[in-house]
Design a protein around this ligand. Structure first.
Ligand code: SF4
Length: 485
C-alpha cells in the first residue's frame, strides 16, 4: 500500500493508540499476535446487522443503484485534506429517504458497537465514512446509525455528523499522517490496560520490560504514571529507589488515596526489580489458607462468562481429594486426572435446573472448600442461589465455603509480577496452559460459535480451557502451601 494512503482501519488504530497505527503501517507483521477480540467484535456486529435488516444485504455500488435496503462491500476512496488518499470500507450502508446520484433514495453508514458508550473512535470513523459516502452518492450524509445487541434486543442510536466532528476528523487525519512519517514509533500508550486487546502487545510488553516502563509496576495505571513522571520518577528502577515517606508526601497533593499507596508501590517496584517475592507477614504466622487444614478435599471452581450478554455460561469444577497420607497433591496421580465436572448453563434448560445441578454437586462434597481466583465466582454463585430462593442459612454456608485465592495472595505476598491476574501469577509459579495462546476472548468466541453452529470439538476446547484455569488456580494454591515456614 502506498505510504500516502490512510484507511479507516488505520484511523481506528490511531484513535486507540498512536503507536499502534505506526506499527500497523511500519511494524514487522510476523510480530503480530492473533487476538480473538476482533473476531468477537465482528461476530457481534454481524448479529446486530441481522437483527436490523433480516433480509440478505446487496453487494457493491450496483446494489446501491438498485436501491437495496442494506448494502455491504462498498469501497470508498477520496483525496484527503493533506494530500493523502483516504480509503474506507463501511461494514453496512442502510437505505434512507432522500435524493442521490442513484435516484429517490440515499444511504447512511451503520456501525455495530460493543459496550454501552459511543466513543470518540466510533464518532470519527463514522464521520469519515459519512464524508466519503457523501462524495460517492453526491448527496449529504447528515446522520449515521450505531447499533448494538444486548440481552434486551437491538439498541439503535443516531449520530449527527456535525461540522464539529468534521473538524475533529480533519485534525486527527493530519496528526495521524504526521505520526506515520516518524522514523520511530510513538511511545507506549499511557494506560496499558488497552494493550490486552491489541495485536502488538507481545512486542510492546517486551519494550516496556526493557525500558522498565512504570506501567510494568502492578498498581500503576495512566493517571498514577503521570503523577510519578511529574515527580521525576520515570522508570521502575527509579521508583524502587524512592523513599516511600517522601513519595507519600509528594503524592498527597493529588489526594489521600494516592499518598496511602505510596509505600505499597515502592515495595512492589522493589520486588519486581529484585525478582524475589516478599512475604507481608515476615514470621509467616498468619496462614493464607487455614480452610485447607482439616478439609478432606477441595473443589476448584471457575466460571466462563459472556459479559455483553450477562451470561455465565459455564460453571466448571475440578474435584481434588486430599492424598491418603493427608498431604495435598501437586499433580494428578500418574496416568490419571482429577475429575473435571463442567456444568453448562443452557438457556433452554433454565436457571432453576442449573441451580439444582450445582446444589447436588456441592452436596456430594460436604465440607470441601470451593477455591476460585477473583471475586467473580463468589458473587455469581451467591446471587444465583439467592435468585433461586436459597435460605439465609444456605447462603451463609455457601459464602463460608468460597475461598478467593487471589485475595489471599494479595493479603500475604508481594510477587515479582506486573499483574496479579491468574495468568500472570500462575505462569510465574510455573504453570502452563495446555492450549497455548488461548484466552478468555478466544473461549468466548468458541462459545458463541458453538451456540450458533454446534460442534463437539469447540465445546471440548472450552472445557479444556476452563479445566486449565482451575488447575492454574491449584498451582497458585500449591505455591502458597509450599511457602509455609
Ligand atoms: S500494545 Fe499497547 S502500546 Fe503497543 S501498540 Fe498496542 S495499544 Fe499501543
Amino acid at each position: 500500500m502506498p505510504q500516502e494512503v490512510i484507511t479507516d482501519r488505520l484511523l481506528r488504530s490511531w484513535l486507540r493508540c498512536r503507536r499502534r497505527a505506526w506499527l500497523d503501517r511500519h511494524g514487522d507483521p510476523d510480530r503480530r499476535l492473533w487476538t480473538a477480540h476482533r473476531a468477537l467484535a465482528l461476530s457481534d456486529q454481524l448479529a446486530s446487522f441481522q437483527r436490523l435488516l433480516p433480509e440478505r444485504p446487496g453487494h457493491g455500488v450496483a446494489a446501491c443503484a438498485a436501491g437495496a435496503p442494506g448494502v455491504v462491500g462498498v469501497r470508498l476512496r477520496s483525496p484527503g485534506p493533506a494530500g493523502q488518499e483516504l480509503q474506507a470500507h463501511p461494514p453496512l450502508l442502510q437505505r434512507v429517504p432522500g435524493r442521490s446520484v442513484w435516484g429517490d433514495h440515499a444511504y447512511r453508514p451503520v456501525l455495530g458497537k460493543q459496550g454501552r458508550n459511543l466513543t470518540r473512535e466510533h464518532r470519527l470513523v463514522l464521520t469519515l465514512w459519512g464524508r466519503l459516502l457523501a462524495q460517492l452518492q453526491k448527496a449529504p450524509v447528515p446522520q449515521a446509525l450505531v447499533v448494538a445487541s444486548d440481552g434486551r434486543g437491538l439498541q439503535q442510536e443516531r449520530l449527527s455528523l456535525s461540522p464539529s466532528l468534521e473538524r475533529q476528523l480533519d485534525d486527527s487525519l493530519a496528526r495521524l499522517a504526521s505520526d506515520l512519517q516518524r522514523p520511530q514509533p510513538p511511545p507506549l500508550v499511557a494506560d496499558r490496560k488497552k494493550c490486552v486487546l491489541c495485536s502488538w502487545r507481545g512486542l510492546c510488553d517486551q519494550e516496556a520490560a526493557a525500558q522498565g516502563h512504570l506501567s510494568e509496576v502492578s498498581g500503576i495505571g495512566g493517571r498514577r504514571r503521570e503523577m510519578l513522571l511529574e515527580l521525576g520518577i520515570t522508570t521502575l528502577a527509579e521508583l524502587a529507589a524512592s523513599d516511600p515517606l517522601q513519595l507519600a508526601e509528594a503524592l498527597a497533593v493529588h489526594g489521600d488515596q494516592h499518598a496511602d499507596v505510596a509505600a505499597q508501590l515502592v515495595a512492589q517496584a522493589r520486588v519486581q526489580a529484585s525478582g524475589q517475592p516478599l512475604r507481608l507477614d515476615p514470621a509467616g504466622l498468619d496462614a493464607p489458607l487455614p480452610e485447607l487444614d482439616q478439609a478432606p478435599g477441595v473443589l476448584l471452581y471457575d466460571i466462563e462468562s459472556d459479559p455483553d450478554a450477562r451470561d455465565d455460561f459455564l460453571h466448571g469444577f475440578v474435584v481434588l481429594p486430599r492424598g491418603g497420607d493427608g498431604s495435598w497433591p501437586a499433580a494428578p496421580p500418574a496416568g490419571g486426572a482429577w475429575r473435571y465436572q463442567p456444568l453448562l448453563a443452557r438457556h433452554d434448560h433454565g436457571e432453576a435446573r442449573l441451580w439444582q445441578r450445582l446444589r447436588r454437586l456441592l452436596a456430594r462434597y460436604p465440607g470441601w472448600p470451593l477455591l476460585h481466583y477473583g471475586e467473580t465466582e463468589a458473587v455469581a454463585l451467591v446471587r444465583l442461589a439467592g435468585r433461586q430462593g436459597a435460605s439465609q442459612a444456605e447462603l451463609a454456608a455457601l459464602r463460608s465455603r468460597l475461598v478467593d485465592v487471589h485475595a489471599r495472595v494479595r493479603r500475604h505476598w508481594l510477587l515479582p509480577v506486573s499483574s496479579y491476574g491468574l495468568k500472570a501469577v500462575a505462569i510465574w509459579v510455573g504453570f502452563r496452559w495446555s492450549q497455548p495462546g488461548v484466552d478468555g476472548a478466544r473461549c468466548l468466541l468458541w462459545w458463541r460459535q458453538w451456540r450458533r453452529d454446534g460442534g463437539t470439538r469447540r465445546l471440548q476446547r472450552i472445557f479444556t480451557y476452563n479445566r486449565d484455569d482451575n488447575l492454574a488456580t491449584w498451582a497458585v494454591v500449591r505455591w502458597l502451601l509450599d511457602q509455609r515456614p
